[in-house]
Design a binder for this molecule. Structure first.
Ligand code: FAQ
Length: 311
């Protein structure tokens, strides 16, 4: 008996066979992937801004070189992910236009300011830590190009996390003023990092279907819990205090109980009203406009070369 396209698709999902760009897929599957992958790409691109703020003020030449290459890595991840999204039939110009108009989302975390050098440590340690927790399972996501992009991205993110932890360790073993700076950065970034995992499962409209299609391999709450369980011992090792009075080991669940995230703050930032949303988008639009001549020159050069080869 001839199987329907939908049956073939469902069978692949059930058997952990990747869906590839030319395969038939439900329209909603395609839409969900374009949404998630493009948001992910935008996050990498906008994510360069908070750290870029410290490249000129890094405390040593070595720190500056490391930070510069980390930020370059994020640009690479963004471009990788735009390419993965393009395999689904959307154009990069469209995705970028949606980011600049405020239509497309990107991770809430990048709308917070980086006030001290310790924030750079905290971002590497916490934000890249959360990114890895979320992205390692995406190596097994059902869409081939996205899954493959995640392999390299995760390798680079784990280096980023170590450099962040090492900055924190240096500060925590330093003068009292440095230790204080590290604790203050931790206080600022802990809760916004927990928000990166998205709304609670009960408030997450996309989780159920994305889990069924194996786009997501764990739910938002599952990953958030794993993250808390991984980070608390690391904070203890650094001698830092987790800014959560409700944090408590729960023997029965073999994990930590933790306080309620401020969801009002989360949705406020997602809707565009966080401390830096407007600034971030204005920055991206400016960079895009000022880069127009580079795109035009590259295009003219490519045309000239093609012409030369044709002659
Ligand atoms: N911020 O139904 P759900 C990085 C939106 S890592 C803003 O749960 P879903 C590396 C969500 O889009 C950061 N919006 O949605 C780096 C949806 O809105 P929509 C990027 C959020 O998709 C490190 C609505 O809320 N990582 O960049 C957020 O099933 C350091 C309802 O939510 C990824 O993107 C949020 N935090 O689950 C770079 C990973 N959370 O579209 C530089 C891939 C939710 O319906 C420096 N993405 N929303 O209008 C995912 O795993 C998922 O998309 C989630 C959200 C888990 C983020």
């Amino acid at each position: 008996i001839e199987k329907s396209l939908e049956e073939v698709f469902e069978e692949k999902i059930a058997n952990e066979i990747r869906i590839e760009p030319k395969d038939w897929m439900p329209e909603q599957y395609r839409k969900t992937l374009v949404r998630q992958i493009s948001q992910h790409a935008h996050s990498e691109i906008v994510g360069m801004l908070p750290e870029g703020n410290w490249i000129t003020r890094a405390p040593s030449l070595k720190r500056k070189a490391i930070l510069l290459s980390k930020v370059q890595d994020e640009a690479g991840h963004g471009l990788y992910l735009y390419s993965a999204a393009e395999t689904l039939g959307t154009s990069r110009d469209q995705m970028i236009a949606d980011l600049h108009s405020g239509k497309a989302k990107y991770s809430s975390i990048f709308n917070y300011p980086t006030l001290s050098w310790a924030d750079i440590g905290a971002i590497g340690w916490l934000v890249d830590g959360a990114a890895i927790m979320n992205q390692v399972p995406l190596i097994r996501t059902s869409y081939g190009p996205y899954a493959r992009a995640m392999v390299r991205v995760c390798k680079e993110e784990s280096f980023h996390q170590r450099q962040g932890f090492e900055i924190m360790m240096t500060l925590c073993n330093g003068a009292p003023a440095q230790k204080k700076m590290a604790q203050e950065a931790f206080n600022r970034w802990w809760w916004p990092t927990l928000m990166m995992f998205g709304p609670k499962d009960s408030e997450s409209p996309n989780t159920e279907q994305s889990m069924r299609w194996k786009i997501k391999r764990f739910t938002n709450d599952e990953l958030r819990q794993r993250f808390v369980d991984m980070m608390v011992p690391q904070a203890e090792f650094l001698g830092l205090t987790v800014p959560d009075k409700d944090l408590k080991w729960n023997e029965a669940k073999n994990g930590y109980d933790y306080g309620e995230v401020d969801w009002e703050e989360f949705w406020n930032v997602v809707k565009g009203n966080g401390p830096c949303n407007k600034d971030r988008i204005a920055n991206r639009v400016k960079a895009h406009e000022e880069g127009a001549w580079v795109r035009e020159a590259a295009l003219a050069h490519a045309q000239k070369r093609a012409q030369r080869e044709a002659d």
